[in-house]
Design a protein around this ligand. Structure first.
Ligand SMILES: C[S@@+](CC[C@H](N)C(=O)[O-])C[C@H]1O[C@@H](n2cnc3c(N)ncnc32)[C@H](O)[C@@H]1O
Length: 278
């Protein structure tokens, strides 16, 4: 992989700012390395490689309280050595999606990219309609909170070869909202897990002792196993931290060992070499 910068430029367009901090460099370095391993390892083995970004953002992010600008996940996926054949970007914020469209048009004018405005839990059918029948997909799921619905991932992956790289908002959302999310009225976790079964365990001594976010990460991975995904225990997820404070986890869900091998390389090499990506 070329040692390209993860930094963007101030082009005057809308940028992601919410929840962007120094730790975002880690997230972006991991995404870039995984996307690079994915396309370089799989090119030629499939008629099409498709990248889906359910929470695409604007394509560039400004680190909170600074002038430091980073490439966002869509521009990272577009700028790897071996690009994907097709890109599908979804975001519920019109300003972010318009800015992304402008950036892609000027920097990657030949990319085959489609933009869907709306909640990805509603636009899944439009996404499915855009995916060619014989392809391998990498879907990046990067919400601020636990807003992804398990059923969305189920519908997207049904009968399709799709790996998911998911940001699980374990501490930034789940860990802080245990009291709200465990009420009978809250549907947040039910939708995130596509089931109410977790409620039977939520008050067990073992779970009460645990951070609620960590509990939900393991439940989410169990749910993905019901769709044929390989086990992804918490220790195989990468915790993103602000200094020593855990924020969220990045987890890979794949149905084939090859993808897991790529992910193991990411876990192994990206941790001590963060500065190589800057
Ligand atoms: C954390 S940012 C994603 C940034 C981007 N993936 C990156 O790494 O550069 C989350 C984005 O999701 C969008 N968003 C929030 N809820 C959404 C939803 N339900 N469906 C689609 N997009 C959503 C927000 O507008 C925001 O741009």
């Amino acid at each position: 992989m070329r040692n390209e910068t993860l930094h963007g430029v101030d082009d005057g367009l809308f940028m992601n700012e919410q929840g962007v901090g120094a730790w975002s460099t880690d997230k972006y370095a991991l995404i870039r390395l995984y996307a690079h391993l994915f396309t370089s390892g799989m090119k030629g083995k499939w008629p099409n490689l498709v990248y889906v970004d359910l929470y695409s953002g604007a394509g560039q992010s400004r680190i909170d309280g600074s002038n430091e600008i980073l490439l966002g996940s869509p521009l990272i996926a577009l700028s790897i050595d071996i690009p994907f054949d097709q890109y599908i970007f979804c975001d519920s914020n019109r300003a972010a999606l318009d800015a992304l469209k402008s950036r892609v048009a000027s920097r990657f004018p030949t990319a085959q990219a489609t933009y869907l405005l709306g909640d990805c839990n509603d636009t899944w059918q439009q996404i499915v309609d855009l995916i060619p029948s014989r392809c391998l997909c990498l879907c990046f799921v990067d919400p601020y909170d636990l807003s992804i619905h398990f059923d969305t991932l189920r519908r997207l992956s049904e009968g399709r070869n799709m790996d998911f790289l998911c940001l699980l908002a374990s501490r930034t959302d789940a860990g802080r909202n245990r009291a709200n999310y465990t009420t009978e009225e809250s549907t947040k976790v039910d939708l995130f897990l596509g089931s109410r079964d977790w409620r039977a365990e939520k008050d067990s001594p073992l779970v009460l002792k645990q951070n609620f976010g960590d509990f939900l990460c393991s439940k989410f991975a169990e749910r993905m196993e019901t769709l044929g995904y390989l086990p992804s225990p918490n220790h195989e997820m990468r915790t993103i931290k602000d200094a020593n404070r855990a924020l969220y986890r990045l987890a890979l869900f794949a149905r084939h060992e090859t993808a897991k091998r790529f992910w193991n390389q990411v876990l192994k090499y990206s941790i001590p070499q963060r500065s190589l990506f800057d």
